[in-house]
Design a protein around this ligand. Sequence first.
Ligand code: ARG
Length: 267
Amino acid sequence: MKKVLSFILAAVMLVSLAALAGCGNNSKTATGNDAASSAEQTENVLTMATNASFPPYEFYDEGTEIVGIDAEIAKAIAEDIGMKLEIVDIEFDSIVTGVQTGKYDMGMAGMTKTEEREQSVSFSSSYAKATQVVIVPEDSSIKTSDDLFADGATYKAGVQLATTGDIYATEDLGADRVTQFQTGADAVAALKAGKVDCVIIDNEPAKSYVKANGGLKILDTEYVTEEYAICFAKDNTELLEKVNASLEKLIADGTVQKIVDKYITAD
Ligand code: ARG
């Protein structure tokens, strides 16, 4: 009898803890996570914080579902380690803190592994390479990135707040020549409206934005090369190791490449 009671108590506590954890996440889920009906189910949810304005890594399909390379790799990992994925769409600059404080289990957002972020979170193995590129209007007088960085140049760049594009541009151009936007899409809209002269952003999202908007092009000269990885709270080595083992397996067996090929077609 006592055992049953303490089991029920423990279950009630777990469920209410989970309810608390869910508070304040204005979450949109990709997988449609029904209210937890048992403690076990709650424990098995893997929350991934992302910023879903970054095609082809994470974006909304025509409806309310978040799709993309990161979303699908995360789903494959979750399936592999027996967890249920829940994707939460938040501002990019809140992901590292949210993961660091344990609000989310992991952050996956086309996020570049950087030494600075490694002060706050741990990173998985890398699952993609990327480069920062420069988007300009087709008729721009910026012909190469050297024009942009030349002494005396006054060109202004748009970036997504707190991204590596933001960090490099601010370093190289000075803060007064950089405008930070909440999403890459907002930065591109400002470029189209003539409010900035270029946008500095990751290469694949750049291609998606250029494709979706007429009159823009990407400069041939690449800016900075980087690697994407998933971030975890520093004390959550157990999950990091589990995810890493799974990710490495999914890279080795071709699953990751298959997902990438679905979203990135050679052109
Ligand atoms: N790779 C860049 C960074 O880590 C940009 C990532 C932006 N990701 C996003 N989902 N909006 O800073």
